[in-house]
Write a protein that binds this ligand. Structure first.
Ligand SMILES: Cc1cc2nc3c(=O)[nH]c(=O)nc-3n(C[C@H](O)[C@H](O)[C@H](O)COP(=O)(O)OP(=O)(O)OC[C@H]3O[C@@H](n4cnc5c(N)ncnc54)[C@H](O)[C@@H]3O)c2cc1C
Length: 317
């Protein structure tokens, strides 16, 4: 088994990715046979301008713009099913690692911070990643090659070997027509909300609110009082709000002045995310739900009339 790096040369901070990869190599890969660095970038010139190298030689995949399909197509052709492919901690590295693993019937894991490869062979590769807001490291066995991993952000950095890359091969990807993969382009503004961790008033929706449309009721109330809306895991899994609104050990750990929970049972994994609240109001139809024991005020009722009534009172005040 050999290991290879797959590096995003379209990025301004490609050097930072190289430093993380070099540190990963020094810490975990000394017993594994070195492969090559696959650098995907705009031109051979870009590759030549890079300062430092990770492996003895590099294969450069050239395309005018970054289109995942184009890079994947070449990697798919070149990949060896026995080998380990290490992608950077950037957005493209994460996507390519998962998609290459899936296409070639191998294994993939992202945000990897450690790896164990017994005797440098593929038998029992185990990769580690931090989970539950960095509270625990989970170890995953990777069973089938090719083994595709994306590195975690913020790994320690080591300076790559000095000198230019030795470019062993250049793959011109122009022949794969990027345009045929892109049906339409549009840009969506990034949500610039206050982070949930900083919210002074938090309203959290759980499975008990029943459906996505009911989130709007909570959003109206939150807007009126300058608060934020979060969700429990079932609500996030139903896509009632994006995953960055998840509260609990797998999401945001908050400490608002006031937290109102609606249709939330109060499971331990959720409650850890709101336990630092100064004042908790729980609205639940079940008076025996665990959240009721931990709340300062409990409302045993359907969440909807309560939220609507509260909104009306606040509208008048
Ligand atoms: C390792 C691990 C990590 C996890 N991490 C998280 C995490 O970070 N965040 C998280 O949220 N969960 C997490 N979970 C899941 C967690 O254990 C619970 O399953 C989850 O929090 C339950 O969400 P809920 O309260 O919305 O749903 P439920 O437990 O189904 O509760 C729904 C509640 O709504 C009430 N209800 C029903 N209808 C109404 C109504 N009309 N009005 C008012 N109340 C109503 C019900 O009485 C019930 O109490 C994790 C689980 C595991 C195993």
């Amino acid at each position: 088994m050999r290991y290879h790096f797959v590096l995003n040369g379209y990025l301004q901070n490609c050097q930072k990715l190289m430093q993380e990869m070099k540190s990963f190599k020094e810490t975990y890969l000394s017993a594994v046979e070195e492969g090559v660095t696959y650098l995907y970038c705009q031109s051979e010139e870009t590759a030549r301008q890079l300062n430092g190298r990770l492996t003895e030689n590099a294969r450069v995949l050239i395309a005018k713009e970054y289109v995942p399909e184009v890079v994947l197509k070449v990697l798919e052709e070149l990949a060896n099913p026995e080998d380990l492919y290490i992608f950077g901690s950037d957005y493209a590295g994460e996507e390519l690692a998962v998609r290459l693993g899936a296409r070639l019937g191998g294994s993939s894991l992202t945000s990897v911070s450690s790896i164990q490869i017994k005797n440098g062979t593929k038998a029992g590769i185990k990769a580690g990643k931090m989970v539950y807001s960095n509270h625990m490291e989970a170890i995953f066995r990777m069973k089938k090659g090719p083994y595709c991993i994306g590195l975690a952000k913020g790994l320690t950095k080591a300076e790559p070997y000095p000198g230019q890359m030795y470019i062993a091969e250049v793959h011109n990807c122009y022949e794969y027509d990027a345009a045929s993969y892109i049906i339409e382009r549009s840009f969506e503004p990034v949500e610039q909300e206050e982070s949930l961790e900083e919210a002074k008033v938090l309203i959290v929706a759980g499975r008990g609110i029943g459906k996505k449309e009911h989130i709007a009721l909570l959003q109206e109330l939150a807007e009126r009082i300058g608060g934020q809306v979060g969700v429990s895991r079932p609500a996030a899994m139903n896509a009632w709000l994006p995953m960055n609104h998840l509260i609990g050990v797998s999401g945001a750990m908050t400490n608002p002045s006031v937290c109102i929970t609606a249709g939330i049972s109060g499971a331990a994994a959720f409650y850890a995310g709101i336990e630092k609240s100064k004042f908790i109001v729980a609205v639940n139809t079940d008076e025996h739900a665990p959240i009721m024991k931990n709340a300062d005020v409990v409302i045993v009722e359907d969440f909807r009339p309560f939220i609507e009534a509260l909104d009306k009172i606040l509208e008048k005040s």
